[in-house]
Design a protein around this ligand. Structure first.
Ligand code: FES
Length: 355
């Protein structure tokens, strides 16, 4: 059994596991410490300092998200010094960007907005200086407004460590520091694969899903968990519904396997087929003139059965081949191959994922 490490947080004597940070132990025991740059699946960087706490014997406040516990450590999360430091950090972050919530798509689900509200900051004591970057709207999936970026680096770590795409990084230094693909290019000119991991990781409205823009406020959206239909992996996702329409797709790390809160470009962004006017909703059968006409399922299935039977009779079973789809369930694909082998009598059956 692993040896436990005794630590005291806010007067509570707790047992920690080796390798746990102060934040891990606090969370596990229901002690609230605010965070901003912290991303549970990536390297700990301690960049924003919003999570600072006092540790007895330490010269300065320490970032609890990056500080491993040690035996006998005594931590205070709520002293005047800690609260004032966090407040100062949040005010500085607010003042360094254009955090205008009125038109921000993340209004209501912005972690900076939540911190400001919790800390009851009416306005920062520093002059607000937005960097004045142009907003990137050159693709239809991800919109970037670096004026709302808090330089937490979560998008960079999510891109490089979760999806391992290695597209994003910091560039420039000091007040000119910003995040983006190499050579300050747009996403569409970079090697970005539009998985949207950066959208999911961004704590503010700096990187958003363009498809959900002006399509409903977070509190108006109903999230419905479902399984992605694009391939056999079975990724779990949330359809975001507003007024009976899917307006965007998000994920939830708590759903666990198989995707752990990540998606590919198709699962996250290719969902407009759901309400597309060209979508087939009833079977179409060609009439005598070769024009497609709507038919009932019974009529369409009878026609297919008749044609398959006549081809088989005339040319043999192996003149027919079946191609199944990754968008069907395993059970449907199993039934399809069974139908091809047992009913049609051929092994000519394949699947689009192998092609
Ligand atoms: Fe700990 Fe940012 S959350 S330093």
């Amino acid at each position: 059994m692993e040896k436990k490490i005794p630590v005291t947080i806010d007067g509570r004597e707790l047992q920690a596991l080796p390798g746990q940070t102060i934040l891990d132990v606090a969370k596990e025991n229901g002690i609230y410490i605010p965070t901003l740059c912290y991303h549970p699946l990536t390297t700990l960087v301690g960049a924003c300092r919003v999570c600072v706490v006092e540790v007895e014997g330490a010269r300065n406040l320490v970032a609890s998200c990056a500080m491993p516990v040690s035996p006998g450590m005594i931590v205070r999360t709520d002293t005047e010094k800690v609260l004032e430091a966090r407040r100062m950090i949040v005010e500085l972050i607010w003042a360094s960007g254009d955090h205008n919530c009125l038109m921000c798509e993340s209004n209501g689900m912005c972690e900076l907005q939540d911190l400001i509200y919790q800390m009851k900051i009416e306005k920062p004591r520093f002059e607000i200086q937005s960097p004045g970057y142009p907003v990137e709207t050159t693709n239809t999936m991800i919109m970037r407004d670096l004026n709302k970026c808090v330089l937490c680096g979560r998008c960079i770590r999510a891109c490089n460590e979760v999806q391992v795409n290695e597209v994003l990084d910091f560039q420039e230094r000091g007040s000119r520091m910003k995040v983006g693909p190499a050579f300050d290019s747009d996403y569409s000119d970079s090697s970005c694969v539009f998985c949207g991991e950066c959208v999911e990781a961004c704590p503010t409205g700096a990187i958003i899903n363009t498809q959900g823009r002006f399509a409903g406020r977070p509190w108006e959206i109903e999230k419905v968990r479902t399984t992605c239909t694009y391939c056999g992996v079975g990724c779990q996702l949330d359809l975001n519904i507003h007024d009976g329409k899917v307006v965007k797709v998000t994920t939830n790390r708590d759903y666990g396997t198989p995707n752990g809160g990540s998606l590919c470009i198709k699962g996250r962004f290719a969902n407009d087929f759901i309400d597309h006017p060209d979508r087939l909703k009833t079977p179409l059968v060609r009439d005598k003139n070769g024009d497609l006409q709507e038919a009932t399922w019974d009529d369409a299935i009878s026609l297919i059965a008749k044609k398959l039977a006549s081809i088989k009779k005339k040319h043999g079973s192996d003149s027919i081949a079946g191609l199944a789809s990754a968008r069907c369930t395993n059970e449907e694909n199993y039934l399809f191959q069974k139908f091809m082998r047992a009913v049609i009598g051929t092994n000519n059956v394949d699947h689009c994922a192998r092609l």
